[in-house]
Design a protein around this ligand. Structure first.
Ligand code: SAH
Length: 346
């Protein structure tokens, strides 16, 4: 039977699975066992469910599929970064990256196939949005990269960042469900403190995150604290002005008490003037935050150019002089187009 036609068993809640088993005349407690195989062990076929009677395994296989993501290609950078090209059940391709450092193994995962936003400097935005990832497809990336980390690096995954393809807050429900499965003790058990969601800044959804009392960290791709410049580089922000973004971040802080990371690239001739630094400082003073100055990774023919090291240092020094915490992040995996904003570049 064609795999796609069958429903993915992972789209069922535990209760729905229990009802299914009951209707089949099976024991209801099996639902928890099956759930554990799916969400704790991340297995890829019913055959591997060794504590489930074989007759039930056959029934499950007849009724359902497990549409795991499949590896299409793996590329290793000279700096140890590994980029995985993963194939979805319907043929779409996404990318997940694993970034090892001395103390951490970070997995950068995707939330959508392509992206509906129009950040002019990003490779993924050139793809447009094909579809949202299901929660199991987000979950699978973490399972896959986790196994890869153990295999190649002999270390478990320590951190997860939603900085791959797509805008996670425009796939809210599936991203939240995936994070639940990734972090819960009946799932992969990775603490939410080790998870960061990066958003280009959708105020309404940031408020929703705050209302939902999530425990993970929030990063916002600010890139400019001047509305007119931000609109030029991220045209969709016309709908979401900085004043609304700031208000949503203040709301987030009031509800969660968690400081926000502001991601910021300094581009030559775009946001490298002293006024740009001053606007950023004044933005930061309005919301408990730290700034992450990201190195720009060139994308195809796009005319964006990373500002000089001196400029970046000037930003850093002036921010620090104003008591704003700042880190500079140099990119990883550039040689294999695995760096931020390069996914889907080639
Ligand atoms: N849509 C989300 C998450 C994906 S992008 C967001 O915008 O935050 C992850 C990060 O990579 C964002 O901060 C984004 O602005 C940045 N980015 C995009 N293109 C880049 C590039 N070419 N070089 C460096 N960073 C880039």
């Amino acid at each position: 039977m064609n795999k796609i036609k069958k429903k993915d068993i992972r789209s069922l809640s535990l209760e729905e699975l229990e009802i299914f088993l009951q209707n089949e005349g099976e024991k209801v407690f099996r639902a928890k066992q099956i759930y554990s195989w799916l969400w704790q062990k991340g297995i890829s076929s019913f055959e591997k469910m060794t504590n489930i009677p074989s007759s039930l395994r056959v029934t499950l296989d007849e009724k359902f599929s497990i549409n795991n993501v499949l590896v299409d290609k793996q590329q290793k950078s000279i700096d140890g970064t590994i980029k995985n090209t993963l194939k979805l059940y319907d043929g779409y391709i996404i990318e997940s990256v694993i970034i090892p450092t001395k103390n951490r193994v970070t997995s950068c995962i995707s939330s959508q196939v392509g992206c509906s936003l129009d950040c002019n400097f990003c490779a993924t935005s050139l793809l447009k949005r094909m579809r949202n990832l299901n929660s199991d497809e987000i979950f699978d990336q973490v399972v896959f990269v986790g196994e890869q980390s153990k295999l190649y690096l002999n270390r478990p995954l320590t951190n997860i960042v939603f900085m791959g393809m797509g805008e996670p807050l425009l796939n809210y429900k599936n991203v939240m469900n995936a994070i639940k499965k990734i972090s819960s003790p009946s799932g992969l058990g990775i603490s939410q403190r080790r998870i960061t969601l990066s958003t280009s800044g959708i105020p309404k959804m940031i408020k929703k995150l705050a209302d939902d009392q999530v425990k993970f960290k929030l990063a916002v791709s600010l890139h400019s604290a001047s509305q007119s410049i931000r609109e030029k580089i991220m045209p969709f922000t016309k709908q979401f002005p900085l004043s609304k973004l700031l208000e949503s971040l203040q709301y987030w802080y009031s509800k969660t008490n968690k400081i926000i990371t502001l991601e910021y690239i300094v581009w030559k001739g775009i946001n490298d003037k002293i006024e740009d630094i001053k606007s950023l400082i004044s933005f930061c003073k309005k919301i408990p935050s730290k700034v992450n100055l990201i190195e720009y990774n060139p994308v195809g023919n796009l005319k964006f150019q990373q500002a000089s090291r001196e400029k970046v240092n000037e930003y850093k020094n002036l921010l620090e002089n104003s008591n704003i915490s700042v880190t500079v992040r140099y990119s990883r995996g550039k040689d294999i187009n695995a760096a931020c904003g390069q996914l889907a570049n080639k």
